[in-house]
Ligand binder design. Structure first.
Ligand SMILES: *Cc1c(COP(=O)(O)O)cnc(C)c1O
Length: 347
């Protein structure tokens, strides 16, 4: 096969990933696992798992069995769980792969009891989110009798805000821990970890903050950026004063203006809401994004970047909390939307 270099790439900082994971383990006062669903939040689940496993991370979580199967074979000593549990159609995968389902309903518990061949499983308890999970009263009523629970989980609905719901969930989970036997107990996601070790139990499940997201103010200054989109300059042009750039002619050159056109667009997950707010850097110089974002192209005012030329690489402004505030997208969407045309490379 011929080797064709991608004109857009995602630079991924393994030292920052490990730094974030270690900070989260410390802040949560518990062993930290990792949520690597949605292809490791867009960074590449296999590579994220391999970096974290090398550093000692043992518990990983994906959403479904297709994601789990794609991660085989697992690194030594690592456990993988499927957060959406087992539907009827998943039973063959669940009995074949060295992966645990997180059972999310009484129906799934019954299915596993009948056909799981005595294998271990995890169980999600719903402590008030009403998304997935066996209800507290169902669990107390014996719904989990006869199955072997490795990790008993619940998930916080509002930990990234200051909501009284979070403490109610903590109390409900602590009570369930005393009532239902399991090998270990796990409640906190990234935001929950920031609430302190009361939320840590035996195992935490950070996702966003591993990848550079700042879920709450407590994490500010502690979490390092991991993912940086980079786009190659396709063309430099000078736009004469008074002429416009791009679809809809939304940007007008205030003077004769050097413009860099680069290889990235909304089809790559760099959405149109970055218009008016986005930017990039080259050798320390700032380049504001101008005009609309096209499917495969974006343009920058290169007035502040003398010497920039065709073929150079721009690093997009993509610090997650700042970019989320500017664009109106969540930090989660900023990561998981990054498309398949990026060449992902780790430093
Ligand atoms: C996605 C997910 C996590 C990780 O959440 P973050 O907010 O990204 O830290 C943890 N637990 C469950 C059940 C999840 O679905």
């Amino acid at each position: 096969m011929i080797d064709i270099a991608s004109p857009l790439r995602l630079r991924l900082d393994s030292a920052a990933l490990l730094h974030n994971w270690r900070w989260l383990a410390k802040a949560g006062g518990a062993e930290a696992g990792a949520a690597i669903k949605a292809d490791g939040y867009g960074l590449g689940a296999r590579e994220v798992m391999s970096h974290l496993a090398d550093a000692g991370c043992r518990f990983f979580f994906v959403a479904n069995w297709v994601e789990a199967a794609a991660l085989m074979p697992l690194p030594a000593g690592v456990s993988l769980s499927v957060l959406h549990g087992v539907g009827d159609a998943d039973m063959i995968a669940a009995r074949t792969l060295p992966v645990r389902p997180v059972l999310i309903s009484v129906e799934q518990v019954a299915r596993w009891r009948a056909a799981g061949e005595g294998r271990a499983c995890d169980v999600m308890i719903d402590t008030g989110m009403n998304r997935l999970g066996v209800r507290v009263e169902e669990a107390r009523g014996g719904a989990l009798n006869g199955i072997m629970v490795e990790t008993l989980l619940s998930h916080l609905a509002s930990a990234d805000e200051d909501s009284p719901q979070t403490e109610r969930q903590l109390e409900a989970f602590a009570a369930i821990r005393d009532a239902i036997p399991a090998r270990r107990y796990s409640l906190a996601n990234s935001a929950g970890i920031c609430l302190g070790s009361d939320y840590g139990f035996d195992l935490t499940r950070p996702g966003l903050a591993l990848y550079g997201g700042v879920p709450r103010a407590e994490a500010e200054g502690h979490i390092r950026q991991v993912a940086s989109p980079e786009a190659r300059v396709l063309q430099m042009r000078v736009v004469p004063a008074g002429e416009t750039v791009g679809y809809g002619a939304t940007w007008t050159a205030p003077r004769d203006c050097p413009v860099a056109v680069a290889n990235m667009g909304y089809a790559d997950g760099y959405l149109r809401c970055h218009a008016g707010a986005g930017g990039a850097r080259w050798q320390g110089h700032a380049l504001p994004l101008i005009g609309r974002v096209s499917m495969d192209l974006i343009a920058f005012d290169a007035s502040g970047a003398p010497g920039l030329a065709e073929g150079d690489w721009l690093t997009l402004d993509y610090d997650l909390p700042t970019t989320a505030a500017r664009s109106g997208l969540s930090q989660y969407e900023l990561l998981t939307g990054l498309g398949s045309r990026f060449e992902r490379y780790w430093t």
